[in-house]
Design a protein around this ligand. Structure first.
Ligand SMILES: Nc1ncnc2c1ncn2[C@@H]1O[C@H](COP(=O)(O)OS(=O)(=O)O)[C@@H](OP(=O)(O)O)[C@H]1O
Length: 347
């Protein structure tokens, strides 16, 4: 080995033969502390700004590629369950799907509470041309929401295509006096779905829900921890007469509320759905609604299966089977049949 003589350590570095195949410039090899037998490979970026730009471009293209792949995978999944891919939810979706926007509903399930409003909404949303609002919006019945305006309401709606129908359900619309006029002010040609059930069963269902809420609520919400009163005790006075002021019974007197709707909307804009039949034979009611909404019949027997454990029909599409939550289909307390028939005669 020749000793290190000059100031330029690069020249005196002995380049190992296998490094020749890397086409590295000679300057990349430098000797350590002037010892030509001990070389290091020095790698650096000669144009850092350009390198940074290239890196950013590469990362952006990677992100976009991932985004497009994810979006199309999502749409393929949805296309498998429906004929029409659902509007995308990801960033940049408006550029890719310009017509998917949030629209005010063209149909509303206005009630009645405990008659199967949730089941109805979920079943209808099996139709590819129906987009449902996720929760109960309570726009028309709660002043604090109503005075936020229609843009607030629109933002509660899902994305939909122009040929799709947006639908929401808020069961308390039916019994709130201001609601029919407020809905008409928004859209006088809107379609309304009213689902009803045998009135005493509905009242018992209402009672069951209130009792279950009271059992789980803190004691200050419902007063002292007095033992819960039975349906019969609440529905009948001690002299045996009917307690018409008892809210679950009052809501079941449908004609006390429906007249306001009929005064505000033409009869052909309101479809009355049979909630008892929706439980026993959901398709019969769903097909009536497809027709009422002017939709092609798409929901079929394949979309329902009876779940023995739940005791109700559950929903099926190409990707999943699902039943409604346990708060839907609660076990009702036993009520004396004589009390039931007495109440039924009153309706
Ligand atoms: N398929 C299916 N699965 C489960 N439950 C079903 C179904 N179809 C109708 N129902 C009946 O829906 C009742 C609840 O009605 P709502 O959804 O209108 O209740 S709520 O007002 O929104 O609280 C609920 O009342 P309860 O039985 O008292 O729980 C059910 O009887």
């Amino acid at each position: 080995m020749s000793p290190h003589t000059g100031t330029d350590t690069r020249r005196s570095c002995v380049r190992p033969p296998h490094f020749d195949i890397l086409w590295l410039p000679r300057a990349a090899m430098r000797s350590v502390e002037g010892d030509p037998s001990d070389c290091v490979l020095v790698v650096g970026v000669s144009r850092p700004k350009m390198a940074a730009t290239i890196l950013v471009i590469m990362l952006l293209s990677l992100f976009l590629t991932f985004h497009i792949l994810y979006d199309s995978a999502l749409n393929s999944l949805q296309a498998a369950s429906n004929d029409r891919p659902r509007p995308p939810t990801l960033l940049f979706s408006k550029q890719f799907y310009p017509s998917a926007t949030r629209r005010l509903p063209q149909a509303i399930i206005i009630g009645v509470r405990k008659c199967g409003t949730r089941a109805l909404l979920e079943m209808l949303s099996l139709h590819p041309a129906i987009q449902k609002a996720a929760g109960e919006v309570h726009f028309f019945d709660r002043d604090e929401n109503y005075y936020r305006g229609l843009d607030w309401y629109r933002m509660k709606m899902p994305h939909s295509y122009p040929e799709q129908i947006t639908i929401e359900k808020s069961p308390s619309y039916f019994v709130t006096p201001e609601v029919p006029e407020r809905i008409r002010a928004m859209n006088s040609s809107i379609k309304l779905l009213l689902i009803v059930r045998e009135p005493v069963t509905r009242a018992i269902s209402d009672y069951t829900q209130l009792r279950s809420h009271a059992a789980t609520a803190p004691s200050f919400t419902f007063g002292t921890s007095s033992p819960q009163r039975s349906f019969q005790q609440l529905a009948l006075h001690s002299n045996g007469s009917i307690n018409e002021a008892y809210r679950p019974l009052a809501i079941s007197v449908y004609h006390n509320y429906i007249h306001r709707w009929l005064e505000t909307f033409p009869r052909e804009q309101i479809l009355i759905v049979n909630g008892d039949l929706l439980i026993e034979d959901p398709l019969s009611q769903i097909q009536r609604i497809e027709d009422f909404l002017g939709l092609e019949s798409k929901i079929s027997t394949h979309n329902f299966y009876f779940n023995e454990t739940k005791g109700f029909f559950c929903l099926r599409n190409e990707t999943s089977d699902r039943c409604l939550r346990e708060t839907k289909g609660r076990k009702h307390p036993r009520v004396d049949p004589l009390v039931i028939s007495k109440l039924q005669k009153n309706f």
